[in-house]
Design a protein around this ligand. Sequence first.
Ligand code: XIL
Length: 314
Amino acid sequence: AGLNAAAHAARKLYFGTATNNNELNDTQYFALLDDIQMFGQLTPAKGMKWLETEPERGVFTFAQGDQIADLARQSGKVLRGHNCVWYNSLPGWVTNTTWTAPELAEVVTEHCFNIVRHWEGQIWDVINEPFNDDGTWRETLWYNTLNTSYIPLALHAARRADPHAKLYINEYNITGTGAKATSMKTLIKALKRAGVPIDGVGIQAHETVGEVPTDIQRNLEEFVALGVEVAITELDVKFLTLPPTQAGLEQQRKDYETIVGACAAVERCVGVTVWDFTDKYSWIPGTFPGSGDACPWDDDLEKKPAYYGIVDGF
Ligand code: XIL
């Protein structure tokens, strides 16, 4: 038994996790990660990002991503490539140059083509986090120079690199309906209408205990109705203040169950990925100081009530 076994038994879904290269040396962690009953999918949390994969222009470094891709292949797990185009984790040569639009178009096309070609046959988060929370376009390097054209550019480059890859746009705070989810739906419609390759929407689902949206299933169904699949790609449910109470841990269990249950209820939701499975390696305390305990396993790699919420959600 395990979470991937539960996901598979429910509807041939996968249950997966993000992981990092340095964590693989932790033997107790690795034993859990490697178990196919527990995890049927892996996402490198850092290893395939721009900073890691093209630190100098035209110099591609695949070693970190390869380690996780090889691990996934050896243990029969699905691999999600993450990601081609984001405003974060960029090397200085990208951010410190004043690019013309044609130059930057070439830079983004080359990057996407090369990394998607290298890790072929996979699911890819081609675009990561294009919107602000109010649904306006995020004013990134990409948007400020290329306007919205960087989206089709990157998707076309990814499709040319690998005709079989599932191409996604991935975003946070689109778990329930609202301005940001609406903007994503408008974008997907426009891409479909224009014949741009787009296969899926990644719902990151970085949530807060007790604040999980109540209309997740309806929201997922609205995405799917546009002709794409969906996946929960980066699930975690953080406490804003620590340590949590027992009641808090029970609420977190319910929150995990709600989110997993919404995916399980929507036919074209293909799986659920947690953004690492233990509080020991969660990104949350580093990015949201004072917050944490967001994962289904605690710091000592013991299962929390949230683990059983996931089981019940499937
Ligand atoms: C985070 C990683 O977990 C960290 O290790 C890294 O320092 C910064 O990025 N949304 C995303 C992920 O799409 O790529 C982010 O991952 C978390 C938020």
